[in-house]
Design a protein around this ligand. Structure first.
Ligand code: HEM
Length: 507
């Protein structure tokens, strides 16, 4: 018996070693074939778990210095380097060619990796968390709902913006606009998605709507840590997160069930649109035309809420953060908007406001200097190659082993001096004027690129533009009430860590 165990153990060891040797030979052959050279590696005393690096990431986030630390790492180790975090190899890059390869050219060689495990308890399986055929199906359900007529529902925005404006003091006292923008976008997103707004700008304490808003914020706030824990997330219990997910699910299930009942009733009367209230576009109603699966409906709604709410609030927050410090820009913007003589703009008018469009769409620091999604990643589903990052100068291809994560920092890439000029850290709209010849291509990526490009881009830009116009039409100016420098507020999206504290001057 003892001999048998001994022989069996030896056989297993030989098998294991044999597999290691074969995979080493295959890997060497693959690297040779593609001309791969080793990428720079961050020194780590152990590269098995990478616990210390994980701890550094957590501490940097806590002290709001993660983005600066990341910038320093790129300055020190070059534009592509690797590190082991929570047992996984992270290949970090700010090379536009690499980002293009991951998101577009070699799209099929990557997946979202652990996003479903990390975000799944809150979001389930929807457009933002799935890959492959399941994602294609979600995207085909969601995508058609973003054509022009839905994007341009400015009447809905208007009711929420009026509520926002009434919450802004006109007696010179300080207000945090960022908090209000988060409420505004929660209200408008829930209206657009669910057909009923949670009205967080006006809801009373203790209401189910208020509870939902709070719990969604809590759950969302834990997602960054969960994604960083990677494979280890399963071992960390987080009771508050579990409770928050449950509250969010119950709230959305209730809305979905009501909509399903209505739709089934309407079916028996032949048309979903014959529900008695066809006037306003509602994402959920449109989705009911494609599916009646309550779980899928809940998941897609929560996926959309996550993708669309904080992102637009962060864009607005950063825009006003800069406007509060740059009265010259406020004045130019006001001059353009005053040409509307206080009229509410429609979709086409918004598009014709050149300075505003430039401010938001191209030269807005909210998108370049403070990209809403400051860091993103993709997981290699097979051995693959990045076009750059290998060798001492980082100009050779770099090997990406199956199972590793390619992380790209939009924040650092958008500040590359070799692309944006020596003054890349400065806000200078003029750099975008055609005469300056700036064509960053894949080095400018606020809405991502390739097949998974943001579906809500026009929705977000329209909502942001409309809000800015209505604010400028209502207020003559603003005073900055925050003497501190900008600090990062890193969650899944990037916001201003100190909020946007200002006093608004009435007209
Ligand atoms: C300023 C506002 C916004 C910014 C900067 C932004 C940015 C992005 C980025 C960078 C991604 C890629 C994420 C990834 O693949 O890892 C993304 C995806 C997505 N965005 Fe947005 N977004 C904004 C607003 C919105 C809005 C308002 C909606 C919907 C109402 C929305 C819906 C989505 C969806 C559904 C995806 C996933 C697409 C897919 O994977 O196929 N976004 N967005």
């Amino acid at each position: 018996m003892g001999d048998k165990i001994y022989i069996f153990t030896i056989l297993l060891a030989v098998l294991f070693l044999g597999r290691q040797v074969i995979s080493y030979i295959n890997e060497a052959h693959f690297k040779r074939k593609h001309g791969c050279k080793p990428e720079a590696k961050i020194p780590q005393w152990e590269r098995f778990v990478g616990y210390h690096f994980f701890k550094s990431l957590t501490e940097e986030s806590r002290s709001r210095k993660h983005l600066k630390a990341t910038e320093w790492r790129y300055a020190t180790y070059g534009s592509t380097w690797s590190v082991v975090v929570a047992g996984r190899r992270f290949i970090n890059t700010i090379e536009p060619e690499n980002v293009k390869s991951v998101l577009s050219v070699n799209f099929k060689e990557y997946s979202l990796g652990g996003r479903l495990v990390a975000f799944g308890p809150l979001l389930g399986e929807g457009i933002f968390t799935t890959d492959g055929a399941q994602w294609e199906h979600s995207r085909s359900l969601v995508r058609p709902n973003f054509n022009r007529s839905q994007v341009a529902d400015l009447d809905t925005f208007e009711t929420h913006i009026q509520k926002l404006i009434t919450k802004i003091p006109t007696d010179g006292s300080t207000v945090d606009l960022q908090t209000l923008f988060f409420q505004l976008t929660l209200d408008s997103a829930t209206q657009f998605l669910f057909g009923e707004s949670v009205s967080s700008l006006t809801s009373t304490e203790g209401s189910v709507q208020e509870q939902f808003g709070k719990m969604f914020d809590l759950a969302q706030g834990r997602l960054l840590r969960r994604i960083r824990l990677s494979k280890l997330v399963r071992f960390f219990k987080d009771k508050d997160f579990d409770v928050a997910c449950k509250v969010c699910h119950e709230f959305v299930d209730n809305i979905v069930n009501k909509a399903l009942e209505k739709a089934n009733l309407a079916d028996s009367e032949k048309s979903i649109d014959a529900t008695g209230e066809p006037e306003r576009y509602v994402f959920l109603t449109e989705m009911l035309k494609a599916t009646r699966d309550p779980r899928q409906l809940r998941d897609e709604l929560l996926n959309m809420l996550l993708a669309g709410r904080d992102t637009t609030a962060s864009l607005l927050g950063h825009t006003f953060h800069v406007l509060a410090r740059r009265p010259d820009i406020w004045d130019k913007l006001k001059a353009e908007i005053d040409e509307l003589h206080g009229q509410r703009p429609d979709y086409d008018t918004l598009r014709d406001l050149k300075y505003l469009k430039n401010l938001i769409n191209e030269c807005n620091p909210a998108l370049r200097l403070y990209p809403v999604v400051a860091v993103n990643a993709r997981f290699a589903v097979k051995d693959t190659v990045l076009p750059r990052g290998g060798g001492p100068n980082g100009t050779s291809p770099a090997f990406v082993p199956k199972g590793s994560l390619v992380v790209y920092s939009t924040y650092v890439m958008h500040r590359r001096k070799d692309i944006y000029g020596a003054d890349a850290e400065e806000f200078r709209p003029e750099r975008w004027e055609p005469e300056e010849g700036l064509r960053p291509g894949w080095a400018y990526l606020p809405f991502n690129g390739g097949p998974r490009i943001c579906v809500g881009q026009q929705f977000a830009l329209t909502e942001a533009a409309y809000t800015i116009v209505r604010m400028v039409q209502h207020f003559a100016g603003m005073e900055n009430r925050d003497p501190t420098a900008w600090a990062e507020g890193m969650a899944v999206t990037l916001s201003s860590g100190n909020g946007v504290k200002v006093a608004m001057v009435p007209r």
